[in-house]
Design a protein around this ligand. Structure first.
Ligand code: PLP
Length: 375
């Protein structure tokens, strides 16, 4: 059987990781400024993380959601404390798309409305409702088209209000910081306006923190820079450092009903063990403060470089936009300087390293980046 060929691949196989470094099958070492697509939060193969998963699988890997799994409550307690939402409830699933899918459903169950407002250049995943609120017609199949969605520009509260005034909007979904859209940061002022408008017009505010959350922005959630509280918050990626998991944080205004949401694998024992270890490591090693500190250093250093169109981001979620395609820069970074980076569109390099990136590693990255740019 062949693999269904949907990914254009770099000719590299990564077989080992440690901290912010990975190794390929030929023994070459790379600096990881990509974090396997913003997934590696506490670093590759952290000993606490490895031990937690190993111990758990030796005891029990999986049992169903029809019986008590106290690891889920342990995770909810720790997460509530870590992010400041201890009065919210947690629903656990397996991916970011599923988290958004359930958030959109829950909003609609709650207020009985159907239309969703999403933002231009948004990305929310590839399942039915999540892909429909993603602003990319190429990945929306005909079967996904029926959900009514209106895409509006980021940071334009007048247009948002014009839509909300029509009275049929169930939810507004926005990324804490747009990732796939090229690290576009909504202004704090706009986030506050959005919060106020959703409350005024009876729409639920969903903030997708799948890429920007879990400490990546230098705060637990990127929306916390604006001092707001969404009704629903979605998380995935960094939550379990690569073990597949997603979560939906639900405000107390939503009332659960047996059977309204459900999943086979969501919140399984292994995923919970991984996610609990991630929070323990993040707290023990001060990784959110580290993301803020090293991110500030990187932003400052990047601003010294010539020939760059724009630099955007917060913490360790940084976009470096060039006037021209970055294909060659990214390829040279990978094969000549052995640095993994991400990309957004054709002209933006995305930096999404593990949150444990040290100042020395950040400086090392800058040296290698300058070599490629000839700066
Ligand atoms: C902001 C955002 N939302 C949702 C998703 C989808 O997550 P997953 O691929 O885990 O379904 C992603 C993935 O890149 C994302 O960046």
């Amino acid at each position: 059987m062949k693999l269904f060929d949907v990914y254009p691949l770099f000719n590299v196989e990564i077989v080992k990781g440690k901290g912010c470094h990975v190794w390929d099958s030929e023994g070459n070492e790379y600096l990881d400024l990509y974090g396997g697509h913003a997934v590696i939060s506490v670093g590759h193969s952290h000993p606490t993380y490895v031990k937690a998963i190993t111990d758990q699988v030796n005891k029990l890997g999986f049992y169903s959601n029809s019986v008590i799994n106290s690891l889920q409550q342990k995770l909810a307690d720790k997460l509530g404390k870590a992010c400041g939402y201890d009065d919210y409830s947690l629903f656990l699933i397996n991916s970011g798309a599923e988290a958004n899918e359930n958030a959109l459903k829950l909003a609609s169950f709650h207020n009985g409305k159907k239309r969703v407002i999403a933002f231009k250049h948004s990305f929310h995943g590839r399942t039915s409702a999540a892909v429909r609120v993603t602003d990319n017609p190429k990945i929306i199949a005909p079967v996904n088209e029926d959900l009514a969605v209106t895409y509006v520009p980021l940071n334009d509260s007048v247009i948002v209000e014009d839509e909300l005034r029509k009275g049929d909007v169930s939810s507004v979904i926005i990324e804490g910081i747009q990732g796939v859209g090229g690290i576009q940061v909504p202004t704090d002022h706009f986030m506050r306006e959005l919060r106020e408008l959703c409350t005024r017009y009876g729409a639920c505010l969903i903030v997708d923190e799948i890429q920007s959350g879990y400490g990546r922005s230098g705060k637990f959630f990127a929306h916390q820079y604006a001092g707001i509280q969404p009704d629903l918050i979605t998380v995935a990626k960094g939550i379990a450092n690569g073990f597949p998991m997603g979560g939906l944080l639900i405000s107390p205004m939503f009332k659960p009903v047996y059977g309204m949401l459900g999943t086979t694998f969501g919140g399984n024992h292994l995923a919970c063990a991984a996610a609990i270890a991630v929070l323990d490591i993040m707290e023990g090693e001060g990784l959110i403060d580290n993301a803020a500190k090293v991110g500030t250093f990187l932003l400052k250093e990047l601003h010294q470089l010539p020939g760059i169109k724009e630099i955007r981001g917060r913490g360790l979620m940084i976009g470096v936009e060039f006037e021209e395609s970055i294909k060659e820069i990214r390829t040279r970074l990978l094969f000549e300087e052995r640095v993994f980076t991400g990309v957004a569109g054709t002209n933006t390099i995305r930096l999404l390293p593990p949150l444990c990136l040290s100042m020395e590693e950040a400086a090392d990255f800058m040296d290698r980046f300058k070599k490629v740019l000839g700066a």
